[in-house]
Ligand binder design. Structure first.
Ligand SMILES: NC(=O)c1ccc[n+]([C@@H]2O[C@H](COP(=O)([O-])OP(=O)(O)OC[C@H]3O[C@@H](n4cnc5c(N)ncnc54)[C@H](OP(=O)(O)O)[C@@H]3O)[C@@H](O)[C@H]2O)c1
Length: 243
């Protein structure tokens, strides 16, 4: 089995790598990082040359880099995009529309939406056609239009809604092109990572997931999904979130 985790350096991405390594010891994992590989994997790599886990440096907003990566990778069974931003060094998610900064809005689109489209474009030929495959993007419930009762966080919210539409569109197109591929978006729930750290204060402890739990939930979900489930928006508990 061959698995690609995009954003393997993130909280959820690195937990997915560890979980898949345990679940499928014979699998080869390919993982991307932008800044640095997580420390745990760096140490492991120093001791054993881990040919079952290969890292690639990638700025996901560069189509050229995504295309170069595609040229280096073999056929794949599972592609998961675990990259995302909610804030950066100079911007927090907006409380009101008056706080919206167009550069930050565009950065959300560039990081949270375009890369999944770009991966679909350059990696569709990597997905095996003779066996079931999965193309998964991590989204967020906040991107559900029908579930939006609170407002706020307009850049992140809009980018996740756009991501959901992109994935739905890809799923329809691939029903004919890649009929054995299941294309879905996945909501991990509020998870204890650097993305959510400064917004966790008001979240009851029992509603805050660990990245390990999220990785396990997604891996478990993938064992249950079939191509008929393609085009859905799943929560970590396996339920379908309305668009
Ligand atoms: N945590 C939550 O509560 C929560 C809730 C709902 C949805 N999600 C979604 O789950 C996904 C994973 O989030 P997380 O919590 O694991 O966040 P995280 O720990 O902050 O990880 C984010 C990842 O995105 C990567 N990244 C950001 N910009 C990039 C770029 N231009 N090029 C390449 N990589 C880039 C980071 O790479 P470097 O570290 O190498 O820079 C890191 O690997 C995101 O899509 C997020 O929206 C998270």
């Amino acid at each position: 089995m061959q698995i690609l985790i995009i954003g393997g350096s993130g909280g959820i991405g690195s937990a997915l790598i560890s979980h898949f390594q345990t679940l499928y010891p014979a699998a080869t994992l390919y993982a991307t990082y932008r800044t640095a590989m997580p420390n745990a994997f760096q140490r492991k790599r120093a001791v054993t040359l881990d040919s079952k886990l290969q890292w690639f440096k990638l700025d996901i907003t560069s189509e050229t880099e995504v295309k170069n990566l595609a040229e280096q990778l073999p056929k794949l069974d599972i592609i998961i995009n675990a990259v995302g931003i909610l804030h950066d060094n100079s911007h927090l998610p907006e409380k009101t529309v008056n706080e919206c900064d167009l550069d930050f809005f565009q950065k959300n689109i560039q990081t949270n939406v375009m890369p999944t489209i770009c991966f679909a474009k350059h990696f569709s030929r990597h997905l095996k056609s003779s066996t079931p495959t999965f193309f998964v993007a991590l989204s967020a419930r906040i991107g559900s239009i029908s579930d939006n009762n609170l407002g706020g966080w307009i850049s992140y919210r809009s980018s996740k809604a756009a991501l959901n539409m992109a994935v739905k569109t890809i799923s329809i197109e691939w029903k004919y092109k890649l009929p054995r591929c299941c294309v879905v978006v996945f909501h991990p729930g509020t998870t204890d990572t650097s993305l959510s750290k400064r917004f966790q204060r008001k979240i009851p402890q029992e509603q805050l997931q660990t990245p390990q739990f999220v990785a396990q939930s997604l891996a478990q979900l993938l064992t249950q999904l079939t191509p008929e489930d393609s085009g859905n928006f799943y929560s970590f508990d396996g339920s379908i979130i309305p668009w």
